[in-house]
Design a protein around this ligand. Sequence first.
Ligand SMILES: [Zn+2]
Length: 232
Amino acid sequence: MKSKLYQVSTMKALMMGDYFGGITIKEVLMKADVGLGTYEDLDGEAILYKGKAYSFRADGKNYPANLNDKLAFFSGAKMDIRAKKEPIVFNTYANLKKQLLSHIDKNYFYLIVLEGRFTLKTRTCPKQKKPYKPLYQVAEEQVTFDYQDVDGVVLGFYCPEYFDGINLKGFHFHFLSSDLNKGGHILKISSKKCTFRISKLNNYQLRLPQDNLFNKMNLMKDLTSETKKTEG
Ligand SMILES: [Zn+2]
């Protein structure tokens, strides 16, 4: 099915430190050809683009993922090739979000892909060891990168507010440069030259983690401010 958001684990489980790998890249590729997330042990920001997966790690390098690498959290979809490319210019992340919102019915999921030249700040987190610390503590160790006028793709999702805690409400974007050397979770972004494609996702599938930590978590805990601080 094309118009489906396929998700692995929940945002709150990730926030609370469930970095166990729940699914392999090989399995995910059967469900999605584009997507984003994070790997087992939080070892790199994940981006899946055109059926290939990459891991942008704390050393500032982007690595092609192996089919057996595992993801701890993932949102993915199948790209709708009929989605029209339209030009867009924005000087802040807030402005990009504002413009995209005018194309969105707020109670649905959307896949958004931007292609062009970007100036941006991204982040990634260092690889974690067990027992895992919560993500809002790990985020203090996050590594950031500033890129000026880099060609590449920005890929992400819009999730409705009522999915808060299950996924990240609102927008979530990752970057992959055309030369495949740069990437990360986007904190700031602007572009004078790019196009965007947006496709509505009417269906949703959630694969819950199978690990024991998830089984014991209190997932009713309110982590609104921690999530805002960590994911931006
Ligand atoms: Zn991210």
